[in-house]
Design a protein around this ligand. Structure first.
Ligand SMILES: CC(=O)[C@@H](O)[C@H](O)COP(=O)(O)O
Ligand SMILES: NCC(=O)COP(=O)(O)O
Length: 261
């Protein structure tokens, strides 16, 4: 059976990065979110960092009022963030690890070590109707802990895959594919993201069973040259083409297995 179409969540953090660089009112991430939706984004992702380097609380509150799709709020597991999410009630909350000095999110959430606090956060957020995902590395122990913590969704961190090429990328891709298969067998919904761009997205989209990709930096960077709507639409075309190629390859694999049995 043909799988449901892969979804694209567009992360607009770096529209806010540009605004914060000068402390101006523009460019406005809320305006960007509406344009991204018009271009086919299935959802809007924002990461409200504790240091507020890009997205601000004002953005989160306005997005909650104006989005036509759904918000995926990425946040650290802190009391301040949980209280805000309980108030704003975004459709999705993705719990991520955070270090103040980092350039970007390094590695996935350590659900094994932080189990108690993460499970408690999952329960509080589920109680107000947020669908919670945990941003984890493609590591079986973390995926198993995510399930026990009560998260219905994981987002696999694709950063390690995105940083390398050649055989190393093939190895990281295999880890992501195996992690996806394992998580699906456990009944989890599997999203993926971080560092995906116009060159490396198709192979990830081709992994059977992935529900949604969250992509930001590459889309916002490309939008400088082709405009945001075109940048979103191009990424969506590539993601869907990748998913289709993966589906056709899986059909061929089944045919091949049938002939050999
Ligand atoms: C959690 C994640 O993978 C991204 O949302 C990323 O953290 C975006 O924010 P930065 O670009 O500030 O790292
Ligand atoms: N969770 C990943 C995300 O939202 C976007 O990450 P990036 O594409 O900005 O690296």
């Amino acid at each position: 059976m043909h799988p449901p179409r892969l979804l694209l969540g567009v992360n607009i953090d770096h529209i806010a990065t540009l605004r914060q660089a000068r402390g101006t009112r523009y460019p406005d991430p809320v305006q960007a979110a509406l344009l991204a939706e018009e271009a086919g984004a299935d959802g809007i992702t924002v990461h409200l960092r504790e240091d507020r380097r890009h997205i601000q609380e004002r953005d989160v509150r306005l997005l909650a009022e104006v989005l036509n799709t759904r918000m995926n709020l990425e946040m650290a597991v802190t009391e301040e963030m949980i209280r805000l999410a309980e108030e704003v009630r975004p459709a999705h909350v993705c719990l991520v690890p955070e270090k103040r000095e980092e350039l970007t999110t390094e590695g996935g959430l350590d659900v094994v070590s932080g189990f108690e606090a993460i499970a408690a956060a999952c329960a509080r957020l589920a109680a107000v109707g947020c669908e919670v995902s945990l941003f984890v590395d493609p590591d079986p122990a973390q995926i198993e802990a995510a399930l026990r913590a009560g998260a219905p969704v994981i987002e696999l961190h694709t950063g390690a895959y995105a940083e390398v090429t050649g055989e190393a990328a093939a190895r990281e891709h295999a880890r992501l594919a195996a992690a996806t298969e394992m998580a699906l067998e456990l009944g989890l919904t599997v999203n993926a993201g971080h560092g995906l761009n116009y060159h490396n997205v198709e192979a990830i989209a081709a992994i059977p069973g992935i529900h949604e990709l969250n992509i930001g930096h590459a889309i916002i960077a490309r939008s400088l040259f082709v405009g945001l709507k075109e940048a979103v639409a191009e990424m969506k075309r590539l993601a869907i083409a990748g998913q289709e190629a993966g589906f056709l390859a899986s059909l061929e694999e089944h045919d091949h297995d049938d002939h050999h049995h």
